[in-house]
Write a protein that binds this ligand. Structure first.
Ligand SMILES: [Zn+2]
Length: 406
């Protein structure tokens, strides 16, 4: 099979990168969608279409964090998207770091959170907020560990989306996120005694339309595999690593497999609205549930594939598919450094996994890219040679799976 073109990966990436941020219902998102659709149509696929769905659009209006006592001070913050539209005052309680599914430490805590404002350190706060609400927290401040005084933009809620009643998809307490430096500032005030703060968080809530772009390459067998990458980005980032690395790889895999003779049908999908809780992939699975359950052998999720930062090559998968990928990666000379299962809803593999469809994501982690969900997730930190090699690894594995191995 022909090699991927490193030059095409770079030029597709650069073209879409110029559109800027791809947050739901922005110019950047619309231009990206059109560009992917055109590129899919120019590949030799058998059928290309858009699959539209409704989702909940978050439009920020105002966000403020004020320390009321022991001193009076404004702290720079970003809104915690989809958290409650309100303002609240209360005592600040620090709970610690939450990143790897340790939500039970919140439910087990003896600390009294009732009516108070919880301060947590997390890159994935959506997994912990329902526990905080259950414990009676009145608000939440999330500190992330981004360098350079940056604040990651994050959603307060995650999978599952509410596809039937999108406007109901939000959480009941207001929240903001802050930088690491300001976390230390708050902690030093807390070491002196009780700290009270005020959170103001206001936003416009709207129903919005977005879509998945689907391209199908028919094979000789009535069985399918799905290869997907989300094309949206968080609200203030150019989203180079997350996820133009996945989109540019997807476009180039589609070009090559579109011309190949594959035994299994390959369904390429550019998913919409991943960042706010896997809306696009959830809709896709919902629409094709019976079909996928009966005929889908594997789903490959291309998300945050590769950056210039040193990190381990990581495989997230389960069962036989995981075993085969580990073996093949070793055999091809792209050994996997670490692997784990799929039980956390981090990316678009998850709605497939919950339907029992074998899924896999190969990416670079740990550590997390330091500029994840910040304005510095830029093209400057992409190593196109590394990205090309990850694309080649995906290509070889997809080739094996599309031709009946597994
Ligand atoms: Zn992503």
């Amino acid at each position: 099979m022909e090699r991927l073109s490193a030059e095409n990966i770079r030029s597709d990436f650069q073209e879409i990168y110029r559109f800027g941020c791809r947050w739901l219902d922005t110019e950047g998102e619309r231009n990206t969608r059109q560009s992917i659709l055109t590129k899919f149509e120019d590949s030799s696929m058998d059928n290309v279409y858009c699959e539209w769905f409704q989702c909940h659009r978050y439009v920020p209006k105002e966000c403020r964090l004020e320390v009321l006592s022991p001193i009076s001070l404004d702290i720079r913050c970003e809104p915690l998207e989809y958290s409650e539209n309100s303002e609240i005052e209360g005592e600040l309680i620090f709970l610690g770091e939450f990143n790897e599914g340790n939500a039970d430490t919140i439910s087990k805590t003896n600390m009294d959170l009732e009516g108070k404002i919880s301060l947590i350190v997390s890159d994935t706060p959506a997994f912990y907020i329902s526990e905080l609400i259950e414990k009676g927290a009145a608000g939440v401040i999330v500190a992330t560990d981004a360098p350079d005084n940056l604040i990651r933009t994050l959603a307060a809620k995650s999978y599952p989306p509410n596809l039937k009643d999108p406007l109901k998809w939000k959480v009941k307490i207001p929240g903001v996120s802050i930088s690491k430096q300001d976390l230390y500032k708050l902690l030093s005030y807390m070491s002196l005694g009780k700290v009270t703060v005020k959170i103001e968080h206001f936003w416009d809530s709207r129903i919005s339309q977005t879509c998945n772009i689907v391209g199908i390459v028919e094979g000789g067998m009535d069985e399918s595999i799905v290869v997907g990458a989300h094309y949206d980005s968080q609200i203030k980032t150019p989203g180079a690593w997350d996820n133009l690395t996945g989109v540019s790889t997807l476009l180039n895999l589609a070009r090559i497999f579109g011309k190949a003779k594959n035994r299994r049908r390959i369904i390429f999908v550019a998913f919409g609205a991943e960042e706010i809780g896997l809306w696009g992939s959830s809709f896709f699975v919902e629409e094709l549930r019976e079909e996928l359950r009966e005929r889908c052998n594997a789903m490959f999720c291309l998300d945050a594939v590769s950056s210039a930062f040193p990190a381990e090559r990581s495989l997230w998968s389960e069962g036989l598919l995981k075993k085969i990928i580990l073996e093949k990666a070793q055999q091809y000379g792209y050994p996997i450094d670490n692997s784990r299962g799929l039980t956390l809803s981090y990316s678009d593999y998850y709605p497939f996994f919950t339907e029992g469809i074998p899924a896999a994501m190969i990416w670079e982690y740990p550590p997390i890219n330091p500029y994840y969900h910040t304005e510095k997730d830029s093209i400057k930190y992409i190593d196109f040679n590394k990205l090309y090699l990850m694309g080649e690894l995906y290509k070889k594995i997809i080739q094996e799976v599309s031709n009946g191995l597994y």
